[in-house]
Design a protein around this ligand. Sequence first.
Ligand code: FAD
Length: 286
Amino acid sequence: MARIADLIAAGRTFSFEFFPPKSDMAQLTLGRTISELESLSPSFVSITYGAGGSTRQRTQQLVQWIRQETTINPMAHLTCQGHRRSEIAEILDTYAAADVQNILALGGDAPADGSAEPSDYTYASDLLDDVLASGRFSVGVAAHPEVHPRSPSRDSDRQFLAEKMRRADFAITQFFFEAEAYLRLVDELAALGVHKPVIPGIMPVTNKSQIERMAQLSGAAFPTWLAERLSTVDDPDDVRQVGVDVATELCARLLEAGAPGLHFYTLNRSTATREIYANLDLPVKG
Ligand code: FAD
């Protein structure tokens, strides 16, 4: 069983996100990470796609390698801004031919320097239409518990998300640190009549300055209590330990509240995720 819609229907999913490495050394690190995480029997792993197609070849190669050379079920991220319909059709054909059955349909971001390529797409929902019309994939979309930074209001963010989710199989969220942000999102979707699975995205803190920058870019709140907990530590191992403890508490709360799974932003490293798995006593291959 490789379609994520079917996996979610069968029970909770536990999944990991990787990005395509840029150098030979980074490639080796990711190879080691994937082999270490394979023993946790993830339900699926997902591979990011550089905005405007900047990692098109590397994302495809990594997704296909995982499909062919490991026992892990891959999902390919695909962003649509900066793409023509014909390019998206080609990419979808390549994945279908490699028996990749899952796509995360994303809007992506225009380059900050204004050098955007001509595009047949504006929003993720345009791409979602094309992926669904191809009829070959289980399709997920992105959700933003603390509201997407470009949304003019919470209400409009939820309306457009609900509209995507009525057609997609599931959503995966941007990372967040307070369970309430996720629970409120799920309630707001339910109020709009949407009850599809929303998988929370978990980012264990492993580096103080990096996480603050990432939170700022993605619109995730960086709570004072977390800044205070991190202010007591400086040694990288101690920072990671605080990050693992905080993520473990968040995951436990989300699972208790009925989340349909957990999706870990690994940043291509395995240690923090493996420690959280052990703390939560999640199933590991014998
Ligand atoms: P959209 O659904 O298009 O939403 C973008 C904004 O437009 C929102 O404010 C929304 O409310 C609004 N909107 C949507 N539809 C309409 C409409 N019809 N009219 C007016 N406004 C509308 N980025 C990458 O570059 N590569 C990745 O691999 C990647 N993976 C991600 C994985 C996850 C789980 C998440 C949560 C994000 C990921 N991102 C990735 C980031 C994502 O591409 C950005 O957050 C992007 O700015 C928005 O993507 P989206 O799919 O939410 O877009």
